[in-house]
Design a protein around this ligand. Sequence first.
Ligand SMILES: Cc1ncc(COP(=O)(O)O)c(C=O)c1O
Length: 419
Amino acid sequence: MDYSKFFAKIANRRQPNLIRRMAEDYIHNPSAISFASGMPNAQTFPFKEVNVTCKDESHIKLKDRNLDDALQYGPTKGYLPLVAKWKELQKKWHNPKFENWDVHFTSGSQDGISKMFDMLIDVRDPVMVQIPTYSATLGALLPLLPEFIGIEQDQDGIIPEQIYQNCKKRLETNKPMPKFLYVNPIGANPTGTVLPEERKKEIYELAEKYDFLILEDDAYYFLHFMDDQPTSFLSIDTDGRVIRFDSFSKIFSAGLRLGAVTAHKDILGTLSLHFQCSNLQPSSLSQILIYKLFESWSDEKYEQHFKGIQKFYRERRDIMIRSLTKHLTGLAEWSTPKAGMFVWLKITALEDVYDVVMKKCINQGLFVITGHAFNSDPTQKNQNMRICYSHVTEEEIEKGLSVLSNIIKEEIASRTNKK
Ligand SMILES: Cc1ncc(COP(=O)(O)O)c(C=O)c1O
């Protein structure tokens, strides 16, 4: 595919950073003498060893060469042994069907997503976005001033018919066609939906027909509650039009700030130019820790780890749903999340929940996110709230939902009295 038509003007203006290129060439030729890059000398660093004990009592010890690598600058696209391992895993999990795909590590998946938006969007470029949309995605998109084409979700995620109708109409009326579709296929944030296989295929066919890219932000890929692992858009991509974002935040640690993009190498090459002049690379220490974990774990061990995470969150979800049924039946509607960490509530008796969330709930020591945060136009009335079950206890869920239920009842009563 020729990707240049998808790139924004700013992407075409970026130039390679010669120092980074020299440093990367030097990594492949360590016997050469380098007067080129300004790497600090690791002898001056105060750290002697990094020892990490895992919960299964295995140890990761970084010293000598490993420690130097962990404390030093490294290649822009990522620590090379980790890049190779991650490619092997991407092949195993998604088996991309197009040539020349590659991976690029990022400082959390959000880093890759926001840079990708910068790389693709010029002012007023049309983009299709699942609605409601993860608030940090909106935060990265809004300042670029694209034309938003909202694609609504039902209980199975985004509705392909809406993509079709929008694209068809734009083509008929000679409007510019959308550059991409942004979607969370598994455990959409905030709705918790999982796109069924047939919908993914239908959407991919539309992407081929109307020639748009698919930005697959799949932060909850491993946090699903289905019998079988749902598949990715990447796994059905034959043209190289899917750009996949993986996050390590929910499976290893959010604080390590590590993510990865998988896409055609021409897309990643352009993305890399942005890294070369911004964060230069993701943390070497974080990458080596994850690499060492991968190195010491068997395939069965990852599977076990991911299954353990799924079981943990499924139990939390079930507690949340039971408690919601007890406290909010008749006041709110929701679908049981099929993945992820959130329930998307619609408070049916209230036209708008902003004041309830931002004043009443906070005053009573309860924090939820108002639906306004997930709308590209936050000034519109919104009946929704996102509530997260990942890190609250059963007692907190019970107490919090009882408080929420009382606040909503009081609000309904006070609005009725005012009429
Ligand atoms: C849909 C979605 N995408 C991306 C991210 C960001 O993940 P990371 O921590 O890898 O930057 C999140 C975080 O919650 C998310 O929900």
